[in-house]
Design a protein around this ligand. Structure first.
Ligand SMILES: Cc1ncc(COP(=O)(O)O)c(C=O)c1O
Length: 417
């Protein structure tokens, strides 16, 4: 945590954007001759120097393999890796580090649950998801459907992009093995009422998984308060490294689940007559882990915690309101996803201009947005569109970024008229 970011986060004050942006080296450059307005944090956020330096420091001074060495560097690496696990535990208010499994990201976390918890499922069992899901919370269940014949049930959405909650009780029954639901939609920004959804499933004895990839970077997340059994998220969307993520799992449930990958570190003993598996969480971390990734993730957690998740959420919410109002001024622009409770995602189309053309024209003006289906093709299908242009907010964005986006959109409209 740099002294600079601490200054940018005096308690009770709004974020000091100018000082905070100085923490992000990548934002200091020009793109195509313009200041960079990075509005693609939902795909992957940028890293503060504190994260970059933590990873570099680890490689410079402390690297060795973890958990099995007696030498000093191995001790240091293990301490750094396990220290990061405890930072993550505190950050999401999990009860124990046994509940924090490091994965490659959200995708791997969900696949872990599908391949481990799912081992006990059979034809006729069902998993309930929603129409809003990212492909990573659809395809693992479809693969299980192909393998063992489970049924996939889908909570419908309405034209605002909100879940039709009334449908859920009718979808859950005694063969429901899991409710697996996004906290925040990456394609539309809809914030789902996960606490309510989880409570409904729990009343019926159905375990729950929350895909928090788009929630953890943008506001406080408390897994105990949500009450879910699993919570998955990715380091690279929360200002940490790529290739590292987390599966939170309630200990009582994780303890009953079989491992899904075999190899080193996940065992206590191996002989040709059989293997005993390691304790939690190592049983789910086969092979040499992404130690530097975990260290960087720990640094990202420190960075976010010092800024304050409430303050970040307030800043992004204000900016979302501003951006929504500014986009409404643009002729022919249609916002896709107008939920009453939204996070900082603005998906839109402009009449007569393909989203990819928009993205390219904006790039020429230094504005980075995402275009396409955003790995949520069922959402696009629901709205009858091939894709959208999507501007997504991070803690370093300000009104200047939105103004640059809006100016770029006007240029695009002029070019196409
Ligand atoms: C809601 C949601 N879930 C899951 C994922 C997959 O994350 P990752 O590619 O980091 O595993 C994403 C990535 O965009 C996402 O937005």
């Amino acid at each position: 945590m740099s002294a600079r970011s601490e200054c940018a986060a005096a308690p009770g004050q709004a974020l000091d954007l100018a000082r905070l942006r100085a923490d992000f080296p990548i934002l200091q450059q020009q793109i195509n001759g313009h200041r960079l307005a990075f509005l693609d944090s939902a795909a992957s956020a940028q890293r503060p120097a504190a994260v970059i330096e933590a990873v570099a420091d680890y490689y410079r001074h402390d690297h060795a393999n973890v958990h099995r060495g007696v030498h000093t560097l191995s001790h240091r690496a293990t301490e750094a890796y396990e220290g990061a696990r405890d930072k993550v535990r505190r950050f999401i208010n999990a009860a124990s580090t046994r509940e924090i499994v490091f994965t490659r990201g959200t995708t791997e976390a969900i696949n872990l649950v599908a391949n481990s918890l799912g081992q006990g499922w059979s034809a006729g069992d069902n998993v309930v998801i929603s129409h809003l899901e990212h492909h990573s919370n659809i395809v693992p269940w479809q693969m299980l459907a192909e393998r063992v014949g489970i049924e996939l049930r889908v909570i419908p959405i309405d034209r605002r992009g909100e879940l039709q909650l009334d449908a859920l009780p009718g979808l859950l029954d005694e063969r429901s093995r899991l409710l697996s639901i996004a906290h925040v939609s990456n394609a539309l920004g809809t914030v789902n009422p996960v606490k309510e959804l989880v409570a409904l499933a729990r009343e019926r004895g159905v375990p729950t998984l929350v895909d928090g990839a788009q929630a953890v970077p943008h506001g406080p997340v408390d897994v105990a308060a949500i009450g879910c059994d699993f919570y998955a998220f990715s380091g690279h969307k929360m200002y940490g490294p790529t290739g590292i993520g987390v599966l939170y799992g309630r200990e009582a449930l994780l303890a009953q689940m079989p491992p899904w990958q075999g190899g080193g570190d996940m065992i206590l003993s191996v002989s040709f007559s059989g293997t005993t598996y390691n304790e939690l969480p190592y049983r789910f971390e086969a092979g040499t882990p992404h130690i530097a990734g975990a260290v960087g993730l720990g640094a990202a957690v420190d960075y976010l915690a010092a800024l304050g998740m409430q303050r970040i959420a307030a800043h992004e919410q204000q900016l979302l309101d501003y951006a929504t109002a500014r986009l409404a001024e643009i002729p022919g622009l249609e916002l896709v996803g107008t939920a009453r409770h939204k996070a900082g995602v603005l998906s839109f189309n402009i009449e007569g201009i393909h989203p990819h053309d928009l993205g390219t024209i904006l790039d020429h003006q230094g504005v980075a947005i995402r275009t396409g289906h955003h790995c949520a093709m069922p959402v696009m299908e629901f709205f009858g569109i091939a894709g959208t242009a999507r501007a997504s907010l991070g803690l370093y964005n300000g009104r200047d970024d939105i103004d640059q986006l809006v100016a770029g959109l006007h240029t695009a409209i002029e070019m196409f008229r």
